[in-house]
Design a protein around this ligand. Sequence first.
Ligand SMILES: Nc1ncnc2c1ncn2[C@@H]1O[C@H](COP(=O)(O)OP(=O)(O)OP(=O)(O)O)[C@@H](O)[C@H]1O
Ligand SMILES: [Mg+2]
Length: 352
Amino acid sequence: MIIKNLSFLNVRKISLFSEQFLPQTNIIIGSNGSGKTSILESIVFLITGKSFRKKHTQSIIKKNKQEIQIKGIFQNEESLTIKLIYNGKKKQIFKNNQILKRTTELIKDNAIVYVSPEEIDIIEEYKKEKQQYFDKIIFRINSEHIYNIKEYNKLLLYRNSLLENNMSTEPWDEPLSLAGLKIWKTRNNFFNFFCKIFNETQKKLDLQLKYIIEYKNQEHESKEEYIKKLQAKTKTNKTEVGPHKDVIDLYLNNDTIKEHASQGEKKLFKYVLKFTEAEIIKTKNNNNPIILLDDFFAKLDNENIMKIFSYFHRKFQVIITTTNTNTQILENIQKNNIDIKIFNNDKTINSN
Ligand SMILES: Nc1ncnc2c1ncn2[C@@H]1O[C@H](COP(=O)(O)OP(=O)(O)OP(=O)(O)O)[C@@H](O)[C@H]1O
Ligand SMILES: [Mg+2]
């Protein structure tokens, strides 16, 4: 999927925006606060119905305005126009002028991958959020996983409330273990596959760093063994075994990334992670995702920038934002490539 044209009204400080994009690399230059992240945010909001910023969704609407409107013209096998209107409460989404009843209908075509300093930081997050991050990637290739997780969480909540009230959990142990086994099976398969693509992507990027993702669980051979572990006496009044206890560790050359990696190394890890996601969507969903890289040049040295650039250029449609207007690296990229669009956001935006 590629985005050919984006236009919007009243997103953050921008009153009106309209721009064409190339199928290859697009670079948006602009000063701090000029609205670069807002442009990427609009694309993500249009496709996913959500903002990647941690703040309230309503704050995407320009101050003193009633609603935002975003329209994108995409090209997959066919041309696709998506339009979204959001007034702080309700979203209306139109696909080729036909209103969509549910936003989830859009998620199926959700071929987008983004990296922004304003999104949740997977490296710094706790166990649960890290698992949720990967579960969301699984949802994109296996929609059944959403229902399995919901079912498991419901059963877990119920079982924990029984434990807190010193009541018997027995009738709930079998359904909980069956739901748990299903999740473990999906996650095991997924991480095997994900880590393989992750290692291949690292090789392609040639970063001279070795990142490792380790998925650990207490999986049991059989349902009976699982139930026995569930029913074993625990110190707490909580369910101590199951997929909610799964752990994902991230390493750089045998040290944990969170505690040991530099800022640039952390950023590079996120890039390998997101490009892996892009590669997976490309193969599994047969849909080449659009890649958005917010503040691309920050914290990266020229050698790594060129390696990343050579990896994605002409392979994916990429939209980059940056504050740099005349760096040597931009000149280099421009000199050797004609299929790049660079535009200065300070000149194009209308923020009145
Ligand atoms: N709801 C809103 N109404 C009006 N202006 C807003 C609203 N929300 C945010 N802003 C302003 O819009 C601008 C947001 O810009 P954005 O984050 O897109 O900038 P940027 O170009 O990515 O900057 P940086 O280079 O610092 O990352 C900021 O100046 C912010 O104060
Ligand atoms: Mg920004």
